[in-house]
Design a protein around this ligand. Sequence first.
Ligand code: TXA
Ligand code: MG
Length: 315
Amino acid sequence: MAETARLDDSPAGIARAAALLRAGELVSFPTETVYGLGADAGNDAAVARIFEAKGRPHFNPLIVHLPDVASVHRVAVLEGDALRLADAFWPGPLTLVLPRRDDGGLSFLVSAGLPSVAVRVPDHALARRLLAETGRPVAAPSANPSGRISPTEADHVLAGLDGRIAAVLDGGPCPVGIESTIVGFDPAPVLLRPGGLPPEAIEACLGARLSVPSAGSPVNAPGQLASHYAPRAPVRLGAVAPGPDERLLGFGHVEDAVLNLSPSGDLVEAAANLFRHLHALDADGDAPIAVSPIPDHGLGRAINDRLRRAASPRT
Ligand code: TXA
Ligand code: MG
């Protein structure tokens, strides 16, 4: 493919991005969580190109992005607890796995053959203008090559996918910085992936605890490979201090950190910095990375999930 165009958030930039998506091309766009690699979710060939561009070994199901709740109703069955969560948290960093509508016009490939579809309404003005102008549901995984760190800036997208996608719509850094929280229904709500919406907020809304998927559960999160989000260097977690050859990725008041996720110990700030700092360390050599302990509540659940994947043996 020819060069990847970098488009700005002007009306002309958005119009060009929307036209490319409608023509079946791949366009990366910002959301509040991470940059997505978008394709028309009703176009099988366009969706297939996502897997080709990312070099994904498997057809993992993808998240379908929509500009508002009304357009979600057209592609999926949204009722009961799912509707309560949608009303409370959309637009926002929450993905719901719902039954697909047969007449919703979605490619079967977005669901990887499952009877369900993952949907969300992103809380990002530029993303929503793009989705509204495109007028199509847009399938989008994170815009990184398979197994690499998710992008939170347009430069990260180009570092991984330049020449493999038609365009990137540049909306600056992503404010949340970590992927959406994914909830499925068993029929009770199940936490499929911790993410940018703290699980405690979901539990408070439903007045019920979220379970984690059981082995025999009809819902699970395919594509949640153990090794994922990986920088090239080995990663060691829960490090109180760096070893002699290690680079410390700090959290809170620590000494000798090369980079610090949040010197004041703020989990929101740490989530927003996580992938940016991992990208920077990745670009800066392959000496081992040690990471300070991160509290395992709120957004810390999602941060620790991503760090465990970064630290697990490479597949
Ligand atoms: O924040 C985010 O969620 C970002 C932005 C771009 O929206 N997207 C993202 O997509 O993280 P991706 O492809 O990296 O993660 C999608 C994950 C899949 O790996 C799978 O675990 C789950 O969503 N998923 C998608 N469809 C599903 C389904 N029908 N049933 C169960 N899990 C599903
Ligand atoms: Mg991803």
